[in-house]
Write a protein that binds this ligand. Structure first.
Ligand code: ZN
Length: 453
């Protein structure tokens, strides 16, 4: 018997996480994510899987980001009939994220005259197969036994620790690792007994800046932008970043540290996700539990208005300035933020605050790089608003966090597979693990299967 792991996505690239663990009898996928390039969805997502989904016994989802779950419904479409495992929060978040992305994929397919990659029925089919587990609740598939550890990356995110009845080895898939300490989530749990580690490396060669000053900087940007008297627009990802912002704004207003101005959460998706953060508030970090017990909902405050309908969204323009608008998409590549950008980017009193990574080619990146003109809904917009960048709130571990994570188990490791990163960062991290921890680390090739012996 041989234990093998195949790298069918998330090798040589950040997105499209998809690994196949097998002992020759039982086959389990870890993640089944979308590859996300310049477009929301790359063409390769339509390709057949490189294995037969009918032969897969189970799929484990590490967390609810689309680059880890987004091709899951296609598994159903292609005949998968096993069980899907994830944490309870991930199950609920998947319900929201997959329904939302199915709509985006359908509209994109229509534009390109393609069949959609999957349909609503396949999303429902996948959700019906989920058997959700708590952190540290063990479960078995064939001779494999699984246990989720808290990854501290987004709500519900998990590191998967796996053992096998006929070996004495421990196999660990990190999924995405958090940037602890997070404002909301518990710290990433430590693993001390891995023989084989399949890890992420998104920021394998970079350090995050300003983690200790991030709150002060947020306060300064808000105060400055309110003094200018215009609109503060915040393009934000609906999961995690939005909830951090709501929590911080609520506390800063309460403490009188920033002006009390109207705040709009203008994203039906983010509103739904925020409800789940409230539902799972017991899973937020220990130091928040007192506040949660006292306030009930730490993401709500009297100056916050959630605009679900299109009409409510349009009506935001009638509220006098200054005001704050949080809306998707996080890189200004679609979503309601574009309507606000169209209205306000040419106003010198307004501000756009960038809070997350902006990929090359996205409108957010153009703005961040000082672009003076952008095109929104086929109209040229002159950029006169102030563009601010707030770093420090990344949800990913940086280079030093990743090395530290491995250091806790470096004595037991036989081999590390450095995946889920671009070739540069992955190669850098593999070299660093070797140099600093004397660990054997390789960057796996996409499509290749390795024996864990
Ligand atoms: Zn993630």
């Amino acid at each position: 018997m041989e234990i093998t792991v195949g790298f069918f996505g998330g090798a040589g690239t950040v997105t499209g996480s998809n690994f196949l663990l097998s002992d020759g009898t039982t086959k389990v996928l870890i993640d089944c994510g979308l590859t996300q390039g310049k477009e929301f969805c790359d063409h390769c997502n339509y390709d057949d899987f490189e294995y037969d989904p009918k032969e897969i016994d189970a799929v484990v989802f590490t967390h609810a980001h689309l680059d880890h779950i987004g091709r899951g419904p296609k598994l159903i479409k292609d005949g998968f009939n096993g069980v899907a495992y994830c944490t309870h929060a991930t199950e609920d978040l998947m319900g929201i994220m997959l329904v939302d992305s199915e709509g985006i994929l359908r509209r994109e397919a229509e534009r390109k005259n393609l069949f959609p990659m999957y349909e609503r029925d396949h999303v429902q089919g996948l959700l019906a197969k989920i058997d959700a587990k708590n952190y540290h609740e063990k479960f078995s598939v064939g001779d494999f036994t699984f246990e989720f550890f808290n990854a501290g990356h987004i709500l519900g995110s998990a590191i998967t620790r796996i053992t096998h009845a006929r070996t004495d080895k421990v196999y660990v898939f990190t999924g995405d690792l958090g940037n602890s300490p997070s404002p909301l989530l518990p710290d990433t749990e430590v693993i001390t007994d891995a023989d084989y580690l399949i890890m992420e490396s998104v920021y394998g060669d970079r350090l995050h800046e300003n983690i200790e000053h991030r709150e002060e900087k947020l306060r300064e940007i808000i105060t400055r932008s309110m003094e200018r008297g215009g609109v503060l627009m915040i393009p934000a990802f609906s999961m995690e970043r939005t909830q951090i912002l709501l929590y911080k704004l609520s506390n800063m207003m309460e403490a009188g540290e920033i002006p009390k101005v109207p705040v709009f959460l203008d994203s039906p998706l983010a509103i739904k996700v925020t409800h789940l953060y409230k539902k799972y508030s017991k899973e937020l970090k220990q130091s928040l539990q007192g506040e949660i017990a006292k306030e009930g909902n730490i993401f709500d405050f009297s100056f916050l208005e959630k605009t679900e309908s299109k009409d409510a969204s349009k009506a935001i323009a009638h509220t006098p300035n200054p005001k704050i608008i949080i809306a998707g998409a996080g890189m200004s590549h679609g979503g309601r933020i574009q309507h606000h950008e169209l209205q306000n980017l040419s106003d010198p009193a307004s501000t756009l605050m960038i809070v997350g990574y902006q990929s090359a080619g996205s409108m957010g990146r153009v703005l961040q790089d000082g672009g003076k003109k952008v095109r929104i809904f086929n109209r040229d917009v002159k950029v006169k608003a102030t563009i601010e960048t707030l770093s420090g709130y990344s949800a990913h571990a940086d280079r030093d966090n990743l090395v530290e994570f491995v250091s806790h188990t470096s004595k037991t490791l036989t081999k590390v597979f450095v995946a889920m990163g671009e070739p540069g960062p992955a190669g850098f991290l593999a070299q660093r693990l070797h140099d600093f921890l004397n660990v054997k680390a390789i960057v796996p090739e996409k499509g290749k299967t390795y024996t864990l012996d």
